[in-house]
Design a protein around this ligand. Sequence first.
Ligand SMILES: [Zn+2]
Ligand SMILES: [Zn+2]
Length: 381
Amino acid sequence: MIRIRAATMFWLKVVLLTSSFWPFRLVAAEADVCVVCGRSIVDVLYSIEDKVTLEKRHVCKACEQSYPECFVCGLPSNTNCVGFMSLPDQRVLCARDARTAVLREEEGLRICREVRDGLDRLFSRFTTFPETNVTVGLVDRVHLLDLFKLAGNDYHCPNVWGITQTKTNHRELEYHISLMTGLPFSWFQATCAHEYSHTWVGEHLSRARKASLSRDAEEGFCELVAFLFMESLGNEAQKAMILRNAYTRGQIDLFVAAQRSYGFNEILDWMQSGADDQLASTDPGRVRKLEPRHSTGPPAMDLSVNRAAPRRAPDALVLKAIFWDQKRPLALINDQTFGVNEEAKVRVGTTNVLVRCLGISPDAVKLRVSGADQDQTLRLK
Ligand SMILES: [Zn+2]
Ligand SMILES: [Zn+2]
């Protein structure tokens, strides 16, 4: 996104600085007010798209050059403005976007629960979304980028705001969703819906289908679920943003069109046993074309899908997984992800304990539990 903006800015500058007869230049210079500092623009005008409202905003040269870029809206954010926020991972948020940013873990987890329940309600006629074998955590951008780089993950989702990691544990799949802190509320909701859709794919597709399905199609499906979820909330801005996102290389548009023409059930059938590995723009009706061997009976599944009882927190600290990376290993303990020297509350039974992670090796983690007189080491089972 930054690169696209830089390129746009370059051409804009070329136009503004080389073309003295550019028709809008004088008008803009006299009438325009910089959206960042509020002063009249007398020199060069920068037109920058606000990535939240998708409107073009006019910014003066001084603001463009002196303020850091808000990672949400892409506009220079006034560091003197009350409410301006600088995050520990170097991102900055303008005052407006800081107001709706999801920053705290508890808030993020609550939103995730609401999104998951909302998905279940919205699609109750068709399917359910995994619940008991999914854990969720919030990470900053540095941490998230590291997760993208980790070797050994089954699948990398290129959505830059979240990632779903899949682990096999005694032939059962477990998922850990990491969502980036600082996202505006509705971006966070959409990202959450997207990542839960990856867990649905993990649970409902046969191994063969997972292998053959194109990644763009999987991402397109996840974006469709997020799109329909935002539609159920009446959030047109977020829907527009999902459609503008180019990273599914057009699959999202084909998924939306197919859903409108044939319904969501046909989409789910195609995901599980479609004859093609992605949706074709030339023949939308092929979404109804299923592999003959799959077209009757339930789809082949890797594992049991409906676990009736919600999973309660373990009664002790349990090391569930290690995402090994020499520079930044991560340990998943109960429902919480830790890097080395990180401290967080972990759910144990019906209470929380404060845990500090002292060290991580490929198969064990060393911990200090608040109030305990000895450090302890947990090993992978
Ligand atoms: Zn902003
Ligand atoms: Zn994805």
